[in-house]
Design a protein around this ligand. Structure first.
Ligand code: DLZ
Length: 203
């Protein structure tokens, strides 16, 4: 079955060329609940980042236990990338900085050369409604948290949080269901490229 893509991102001008995103640095932070759906969403986001020319080496993927942890992870990851870019210390990875943001790190096995801050961060999680109010509280907190980080930091935070009533609804939105719905992760990859580029124009 051909997947219908009714997304408003599908014709986004920034993603029409395979080199458009070649100068961008993008992070994906995802939760580890509902991994079948999550893995597909992350793959979709990566697919469209790469298709828009974002280099594999400029895509950072990190995980957190659950969606509730997404806002802090996005905030710290972005701060670490800023620190990394500003640091005169060579050979510090974002992971080093996350674990020791103020320390003088003298390099490590996974060290990367200093890079610029992330142009956009995609936060991905899947919340499935249960029998209690848990879903409502987490969905509300994460939505507001991600918006706060986005506005406080001035970096595009792509909202990749599915808040679904059933697992089937989640599978559908990851392109894994029977309805022919496309993978929403692809939209988020495209949105990250478009917003990453627009943010530079808005600077
Ligand atoms: C606890 C919990 C529950 C019940 N459901 C989900 C879910 O559907 N999706 C998700 O991403 N995380 C869930 N979590 C975990 C919370 O997000 C969080 O990781 C824990 O409460 C620890 O802070």
């Amino acid at each position: 079955m051909v997947k219908a893509n009714n997304s408003p991102w599908r014709d986004a001008p920034a993603n029409t060329d395979s080199t458009t995103g070649s100068g961008l640095r993008v992070a994906i932070v995802h939760a580890r609940w509902n991994t079948v759906i999550i893995d597909q969403l992350v793959a979709g986001a990566k697919k469209n980042l790469l298709a828009a020319g974002v280099l594999e080496e400029n895509i950072t993927v990190q995980t957190v236990p659950g969606s509730y942890e997404l806002p802090l992870a996005v905030q710290r990851l972005y701060a670490a990338s800023q620190l990394q870019a500003n640091s005169s210390v060579q050979g510090i990875s974002a992971t080093d900085l996350l674990s020791s943001p103020t320390a003088e790190v003298t390099g490590s096995a996974n060290a990367a050369s200093p890079k610029k801050p992330f142009d956009a961060i995609i936060a991905i999680g899947v919340l499935i409604k249960g029998a209690t109010m848990h879903f409502e509280y987490i969905a509300d907190a994460v939505s507001h948290g991600l918006m706060r980080v986005q506005l406080d930091a001035g970096v595009p935070v792509i909202f990749g949080l599915l808040t679904v009533l059933t697992e089937e609804q989640g599978l559908e939105r990851a392109g894994l269901g029977n309805s022919g719905m496309h993978n929403h992760g692809e939209d988020w990859g495209s949105a990250a490229v478009e917003l990453g580029l627009k943010r530079r124009d808005w600077a």
